[in-house]
Design a protein around this ligand. Structure first.
Ligand SMILES: NC(=O)C1=CN([C@@H]2O[C@H](COP(=O)(O)OP(=O)(O)OC[C@H]3O[C@@H](n4cnc5c(N)ncnc54)[C@H](O)[C@@H]3O)[C@@H](O)[C@H]2O)C=CC1
Ligand SMILES: O=C(O)C(=O)COP(=O)(O)O
Length: 399
């Protein structure tokens, strides 16, 4: 029953941050865990750190009464039931930038390898053939790269691709500033029709499920390449296999899959296994030494700032309150249902007990309000009980 539980081989830089902040009760696990083992490992935890493979659904979150905060040591947070965490008063943090460059570099490397048919040629040489031919091998220079999802990763891919001489076009559901010479394509089918390489950088979840499907694959330029290092749910894999079999696409590179193996010894099950013109990687787009060390440090620092100061700046599911130095004797974190009169009720408790408020911040987000109050008096158990007994209180903690 550790206070801090870190799963999925989170970089030791995270433990260093927790240790420097005075925490030693830390359990680390090298992989994601199956559901029963996960429940056992998380029992009693107040801080939980995961990466993309651990699913924290409502039933797991509800089974952890001591849980105060969740850290996703990655970009994606679709593996966590964010709404349930919010309603339980549990902020969720991630690392929105630290591994983006690693993904961008992998995508461009794959574009070059597939345009040159290197996966097939590599295999042939290993099999004893010396097939020295230029047929079907192209430079990236002058080719068109179509980026779907022009956020932190997509826009970096575009900049790096221009350095190789590629023409960059992108499609995004939001208006985005085009970097370099990139051009926005509001019409997805126009982008698909013009791109020699299409790369996906959208978030996971319902809204992007199977956006690459039989219909959109048929709109792609004949002989194009598809790269997906976003989420496995974004591409209909059976439709992709059919497009490859029919020769509509030259090749594909996939780093993410609808169902991914949980451990090192579990094989990937996919209709794409064995195709020489398909690069399959085990969700390592963001897995570089540089990015993992930075992510470990970045997310652990956010978690420490929350557990020691109540700071929620950068939380993905929670009202955001910035760091401020303690202005009084005690700090109280109060999470409540966002109802009219909530703050008045809270402050009535302070007033009745002649508590001097030195500083107070309130922020709301959807159904939740979050108040950080520094008081001049020493908070006692009776005060905390009174605050917890308020009808709109979700949770209340004393730092
Ligand atoms: N393979 C790996 O190891 C890694 C994968 N990822 C994944 O990469 C993806 C992108 O990450 P970031 O660039 O950091 O995210 P981001 O949030 O900065 O950018 C995503 C962009 O997609 C756009 N978008 C959303 N729905 C769209 C749609 N239906 N069509 C077109 N555009 C749409 C958004 O407006 C936004 O501009 C995420 O799914 C993330 O989980 C991130 C890091 C590592
Ligand atoms: O950052 C992300 O969203 C990723 O997909 C990387 O996930 P990982 O930390 O490698 O499990």
């Amino acid at each position: 029953m550790a206070q801090i539980v870190l799963l999925e081989n989170i970089h030791p830089s995270a433990v260093e941050v927790f240790a420097a902040a005075g925490y030693s009760d830390i359990a680390t696990h090298a992989s994601a865990l199956p559901p029963d083992a996960l429940r056992d490992a998380l029992r009693g935890a107040s801080v939980v750190g995961i990466r993309s493979r651990t699913h924290l659904d409502a039933s797991i979150i509800d089974s952890l009464p001591d849980l105060r905060v969740i850290g996703c040591f990655c970009i994606g947070t679709n593996q966590v039931d964010l709404a349930t965490a919010m309603e339980r008063g549990v902020p969720v943090f991630n690392a929105p930038f630290s591994n983006t460059r690693s993904v961008a570099e992998l995508v461009l490397a794959e574009a070059i390898l597939l345009l040159r048919r290197i996966p097939e040629k590599n295999l042939r040489v290993h099999q004893g053939h010396w097939d020295k031919s230029a047929t079907g091998a192209y430079e990236t220079r002058g080719k068109t790269l179509g980026i779907i999802g022009y956020g932190n990763i997509g826009s970096q891919v575009g900049i790096l691709a221009e350095a190789l001489g590629m023409r960059v076009i992108f499609h995004d559901v939001e208006a985005k500033l085009p970097l370099g010479n990139a051009r926005a394509y509001p019409d997805l089918s126009a982008l698909l029709a013009e791109s020699d390489v299409v790369t996906l950088h959208v978030p996971g979840g319902r809204s992007t499920e199977n956006i690459i499907n039989e219909a959109t694959l048929s709109q792609m330029k004949r002989g194009a390449i598809l790269i997906n290092a976003s989420r496995g749910t974004v591409v209909d894999i059976d439709a992709l296999r059919a497009a490859l079999d029919a020769g509509l696409l030259r090749g594909a590179a996939l780093d993410v899959f609808p169902v991914e193996p949980k451990s090192v010894d579990e094989p990937l099950k996919s209709p794409l296994i064995g195709l020489p013109n398909v690069i399959l990687t085990p969700h390592i787009g963001g897995s570089t030494v540089e990015s993992q060390e930075n992510i470990g440090k970045e997310v652990a620092e956010k978690l420490v700032r929350f557990i020691q100061g109540g700071t929620t700046k950068g939380a993905v599911n929670f009202p955001e309150l910035s760091h401020q130095d303690l202005a009084g004797t005690s700090r109280i974190l109060h999470v409540h249902r966002n109802e009219p009169g909530a703050l008045a009720l809270l402050n009535a408790v302070f007033a009745e007990r002649k508590i001097n408020i030195c500083s107070q911040q309130l922020q709301t987000k959807g159904p939740i309000g979050y108040v950080l109050t520094d008081i001049g008096n020493q908070a006692d158990a009776a005060l905390m009980d009174a605050l917890r007994a308020l009808p709109m209180t979700v949770r209340c903690d004393l730092l």
